[in-house]
Design a protein. Structure first.
Length: 364
């Protein structure tokens, strides 16, 4: 699963990417610093892994991961190909979710592409470009569906009606995600359209060091603006976070965070939020060879969860042996969980819960 970092040039996207992935994307004080999208695979911070490692003492530990894509800055006119618009918008289309970085700090030494700091205007600039690109996609698709709808094709009539609702929303300056599918058929159609503005979005307000713990007036305006969007807002002092990642010891990093009034790096908060934004959760396998976190969609059944280990596990699924994470920790081992009667055997219909510790039985 991929989350793409977007925003205007010079708002801190590449610096944020560096914090998250330690894959040092070029970061400089001019637009179009990142020409090709950088991709980083980022571990999802999860304190449960440390506890399982302590109890099981495995040979190795493998964390869950999220792919983060640093996409070069959009500009006005990107939907018509301005700047490197077509390329950037194509990169966004390939992502499953959007991390939208907004500059919420004043600094005369860092130029703003529009001359002054205004996160509300910046957000609207990006939104408009994404909406215009989606409008173009919708209208092209409508050309085909309208022809088919005129022949009485029921599927085409349904599709055209949904496209028209989306088109009207986009013309009103609303993102396609504001159009709610009426049924499962519309839900599947929405997904097939692959519109950029249907992707879930997380707003990152990039502040200066003094506002890292509390935010500032710019952040308050962003929160007010997006309150009806069903989107999370995270406050991050991206430049400061970058400085923290450069410190050599854990103790030094913790002292720096405490001085800022923070309990953990903002980057950790952001990665977990991105994971949640992608509607993902984790189950664990725990043995002496390996403790591993596996990523699955929320709501996945036991066979679907098994398939992320190997497709044969799903094909030949017999049963899942399940221990709730809290029970594993409370009793300290699989054997003691069994003695306490907390070990469960589940079938094909079982919906996996976040934190389940699982073994699969299968036959191919």
């Amino acid at each position: 699963m991929k989350a793409g970092i977007v925003g205007l040039p010079n708002v801190g996207k590449s610096t944020l990417f560096n914090c998250l992935s330690n894959a040092k994307a070029q970061s400089a004080n001019f637009p179009f610093c990142t020409i090709e999208p950088n991709v980083g695979v980022v571990n999802v911070p999860d304190p449960r892994m440390a506890k399982l490692e302590e109890l099981v003492k495995p040979e190795r530990v493998v964390m869950a991961t999220v792919e983060i894509v640093d996409i070069a800055g959009l500009v006005k006119g990107a939907s018509k190909g301005e700047g490197l618009g077509n390329q950037f918008l194509g990169n966004i289309r390939e992502c499953n979710a959007i991390i939208h970085v907004l500059r919420c700090f004043d600094n005369d030494n860092i130029v703003h592409v529009d001359g002054n700091v205004n996160p509300i205007r910046d957000k609207e600039t990006i939104d408009i470009e994404l909406q215009l690109k989606d409008l173009e996609t919708v209208e092209k698709r409508q050309e085909k569906t309208k022809r088919a709808a005129k022949t009485g094709n029921k599927e085409a009539i349904t599709e055209d009606a949904l496209l028209e609702r989306i088109r009207e929303a986009l013309l009103q300056g609303k993102s396609a995600r504001t159009v709610k599918p009426k049924n499962e058929e519309e839900e599947e159609l929405m997904e097939s359209f692959q519109l950029i503005t249907t992707k879930p979005v997380l707003y990152v307000c990039n502040v200066d060091e003094g506002a890292a713990a509390t935010g500032n007036a710019y952040v308050d305006k962003v929160r007010e603006l997006v309150k009806d969007e069903d989107a999370e807002v995270i406050v991050l002092a991206v430049g400061t976070e970058a400085d923290i990642t450069e410190l050599e010891t854990y103790e030094e990093r913790q002292m720096f965070l405490e001085d800022l009034g923070l309990s953990e790096p903002g980057a950790s908060v952001l990665i977990r939020a991105a994971y949640k934004l992608l509607k993902q959760q984790t189950y664990f396998t725990a043995g002496v060879k390996e403790v591993r976190a596996w990523t699955i969609p929320i709501g996945a059944t036991a066979p679907k969860a098994a398939s992320v280990i190997h497709t044969d596990f799903e094909k030949g699924f017999i049963r899942a042996e399940v221990i709730a994470y809290d029970d594993y920790v409370a009793y300290g081992s699989e054997a003691k969980v069994k003695e306490a009667g907390k070990f469960r055997v589940e079938g094909k219909e079982y919906i996996v819960k976040d934190g389940d510790v699982m073994h699969f039985r299968f036959n191919v």
